[in-house]
Each structure stands twice: as C-alpha cells, then as structure tokens.
Write a protein of this length. Sequence first.
Length: 213
Amino acid sequence: MFFSTFLFAATAFTGLVAAQNATVNTSIDPNSVSIQLRQSWCRAQTNSCPQICGGQASPNTCDPNSLQYQCTCSDGSSHNISDYSQTLPSLECEQYKIQCVTAHPNDLNGQTACLAITCGQRNATSGASASSSASSSSATATSSGAASSSGSASSSGSAGSSATSAAAGGASSATSAAAASSTAKSAAVLNAAMNYGTLALAGGMLALFGFAL
C-alpha cells in the first residue's frame, strides 16, 4: 500500500514537472539583472548564432536593453536556438531557475520543480558539425564516383592493352608457324633434289661403264 502511494505520488510529480517544463515561459524581466550581465549574454548570443548555423548568419543581432534577438542563417533557415547553451534563451532560462528558487523559500516541492526545468544544453558547434558532415558526405560521394570512373577507365585500358598484346602474340605465333612450315617444305624439296641427283649420277656411271665394254 505504501509503495503504491509512493509510486503514484512520484508519477504525479514527474508529470507536473514535465508539464511545467513544456509550458513555462523562462523569459525574465531585463531590469531584474544588471546591464553588464545582459551585455555578456548578448555577446554570447551573437557568437553562438553563426556556430549554430555552421558558418554565416544574417541578421544576427541582440539588444541588451530589451533582451530581443535575431538569428537567421545565411541560407534563410532558423534553428531552435533555445536547445543550445550559450544562447540568450538558455542564459535567460538559467537565470529564471535561480529567480524561481528564490521565489519559493521553504518550499521544497516548488524549488524542486524550478530546478527540474531543462534549459538548452547542446553545444553550439554541433550545428556546424552537422553542416560539415553533410558537405563531407557530398564530397566523399563525388570523390568515390570519380575514383570509380577512373578505376573503370584504368581497367578498360588494361583490358584493351591485354587484348592488343594477346592479338600481337597470336599474330607472332602464326608467323613463326608459317616460317617453320616453309622451312620444312624447303628442306623436303632440297632432300628430294639431292636424292634425284645421286640416282642420275649412278645411272650415268653405269651407262659409261657399259659403253666401255
């Protein structure tokens, strides 16, 4: 019974914190903090904006008097900079939590709810990393395509050279075979002539011997 009651209370409190975090406006009254602090916030805001965009941003402004800002990337896109640290919304959010806790003295539940509010925590350079990764992927794909084309061309050239070499080798073999055949025929003819000459000489000698008798 006690466990069920505790679980119900914990669930209800978690739901309350989540609902508050989703609906709470963490903007603060500019006059509740010093102008020096507001100026430092604006410097952080204008420094973080181009990093979130991954390059250039225009307009990129911040008014320390009203705590109003503009952050538009050069390509016309706008990021939810409230998710990033060192931006005006996240810095205001952290100050809001401090003021919220101060506004709930001796109220543990109220202070806990204040501290449970989640402010922007992403690194501003992660936006630049995402843009850089996209560009790197595109460049890699282009390089891979070029390398593949070059490799195919080299393979085709090698295949062509091999085919040419094979054809030349075949022609050379055919020429050698023809030369060998011609040599064999010449040898046969010469051998026949020599045999014929020997027989003729023998016949002449017999005829001469018969005439002498």
